[in-house]
Write a protein that binds this ligand. Structure first.
Ligand SMILES: Nc1nc2c(ncn2[C@@H]2O[C@H](COP(=O)(O)OP(=O)(O)O)[C@@H](O)[C@H]2O)c(=O)[nH]1
Ligand SMILES: [Mg+2]
Length: 461
């Protein structure tokens, strides 16, 4: 992982394509290309301009046989992705040309790159910090536009900048306190409120990153949205309206949906698993009882509950059970069947059972109000955070855990400080916070963590 020999790999996807790229990085890159690359203008590869495209041919040195016509891009250390001498050999995108180019590179001084090794070298050579390196995978694997935007922002270093801001607030405090401990006669102790003010600034940055972590996780991993309500309010109709297809069976017979139905959709760029459940009421038979049991379990486990009511009927005991069960979870109340002439439920009627939840009137049957509902779903899930602002959102569970550890250490430090306990204990807490923050950007990530992160990359990245 930490060698500085020369590595090579096919960096593009397998299969047939117009072009494909063999990537080489390390000190033997130029010597290797001098043997293999024949420039159309006759200039040896090692004398060609860097960061410029050069047309030529890859030939087998022993026989002189042509292997492929290619465009070569050279990079000289440190001005490359990895920070080393490097090259991208752009050949035709087929298994035979790329495979032959790669095996010639391997026969002339390179070894096969391990997964993520190019990006790992970029990290070790200081071209990217660890959070940026992790973003490379997220960019490649992004499935939605917001996920892509967030990953690219992380790659640009916006998350890292905020993490560094927190570190930079803590570091001078540590330095100062250590100086007062080591040289008590020479360095006057700053007043504790002043030290606390600085630690509080770091804590505020960490807390604001944590506040966005839920939205970040939802963009990356998706959200479980559970449709709940008593029988016949239109839950299955709503599922179908959100999916824009007839997935769940809809009838006017209460108790039609007896089990949990789960389908994927995208709402405002958020990957959603929409879960339709059995209607909640005192069950009439053991099968229905199991369905109701499962529906209640789904509510307890939801990222968002869509509590559906039939607006043409007065609120009943079963409706109230649903609303009360959704308490404490992010929820949107839906007044369905707004197309019917006589409406008997107003938004104010639900406030007592489920305070604070937004209320949206729709007709699942006619598909009206669905756009407003989707807006409300996205807003409630994200708590107002998203790629629309230019926030850096924490999307990784690893980063979230590190931030939580940092926040806990900073809280400890402030408590110690205000309790008047000796300052060396404050330093211990602050060092803990610095180590946790350094896990994110990589200053204090262990070899095992690095191996785990880069091991998840594919070869050639
Ligand atoms: N008028 C009207 N009827 C609806 C609406 N949504 C559902 N229904 C009807 O209500 C009945 C129950 O719908 P369904 O989706 O199976 O309800 P579920 O038991 O909650 O899953 C069916 O006859 C639907 O056609 C609506 O928005 N307006
Ligand atoms: Mg149903």
């Amino acid at each position: 992982m930490f060698a500085n020999d020369t590595i090579a790999a096919i960096a593009t996807a397998r299969g047939e394509a117009a072009i494909g790229i063999v990537r080489v990085s390390g000190p033997a890159t130029l010597a290797l290309l001098d043997r293999l690359f024949h420039h159309a203008g006759g200039v040896p590869a090692s004398r060609l301009a860097a960061r410029t495209a050069h047309l030529g041919e890859i030939r087998e040195p022993a026989s002189g046989r042509p292997v492929d016509q290619v465009v070569l891009i050279l990079y000289r250390a440190p001005r490359s992705y990895t920070g080393e001498d490097a090259a991208e050999i752009c050949g035709h995108g087929g298994a035979m040309p790329l495979g032959r180019i790669l095996s010639l590179a391997l026969a002339h001084g390179a070894r096969p790159a391990r997964p993520g090794e190019f990006t790992c070298r970029a990290f070790l050579n200081g071209k990217l910090d660890l959070a940026q390196a992790e973003a490379v995978v997220d960019v490649v694997q992004a499935r939605t536009e917001p996920a892509l935007t967030l990953a690219v922002r992380q790659l640009e270093g916006r998350l890292s900048a905020l993490v560094r801001r927190a570190r930079d607030a803590v570091l001078p405090v540590v330095a100062h306190v250590e100086a007062t401990i080591d040289f008590p006669e020479d360095v006057p102790e700053l007043p504790r409120p002043e030290l606390d003010r600085r630690i509080a600034a770091a804590a505020a940055t960490v807390e604001s990153l944590l506040a966005g972590a839920r939205a970040g996780r939802i963009y990356r991993e998706g959200a479980r949205v559970v449709i709940a309500g008593r029988p016949n309010v239109g839950k299955s109709s709503l599922l179908n309206a959100l999916l824009r297809e007839d997935r769940a069976i809809v009838t006017d017979i209460p108790g039609t949906t007896r089990d949990v139905i789960e389908e994927s959709a995208t709402i405002r760029g958020i990957p959603i698993r929409t879960i339709d459940t059995a209607g909640i009421r005192p069950a009439r038979d053991p099968i229905e009882a199991i369905g109701v049991e499962r529906a209640l379990a789904q509510i307890a486990d939801a990222d968002l509950v869509l509590a559906v009511l039939d607006a043409s009927q007065p609120l009943g005991a079963d409706d109230r059970t649903v609303l009360v069960r959704a308490r404490g979870r992010p929820a949107v109340v839906i007044l369905n069947k707004r197309d019917l002439p006589e409406l008997r439920v107003a938004p104010a009627d639900v406030a007592g059972d489920l305070p604070g939840a937004p209320v949206v009137a729709i007709s699942a049957l006619q598909g009206t109000g669905i756009a407003e509902l989707e807006e409300e779903v996205a807003a409630t899930l994200l708590g107002g955070r998203g790629p629309a602002g230019d926030d850096a959102l924490v999307t990784s569970a690893r980063h979230q855990a590190a931030l939580e550890a940092a926040a806990a250490s900073l809280r400890e430090a402030r408590a110690t400080l205000t309790a008047g306990i000796p300052l060396d204990l404050v330093v211990t807490d602050l060092r803990g916070a610095l180590a946790a923050l350094g896990q994110i950007t990589g200053e204090s990530a262990s070899d095992a963590v690095l191996a785990d992160i880069f091991g998840r990359f594919c070869i050639g990245k």
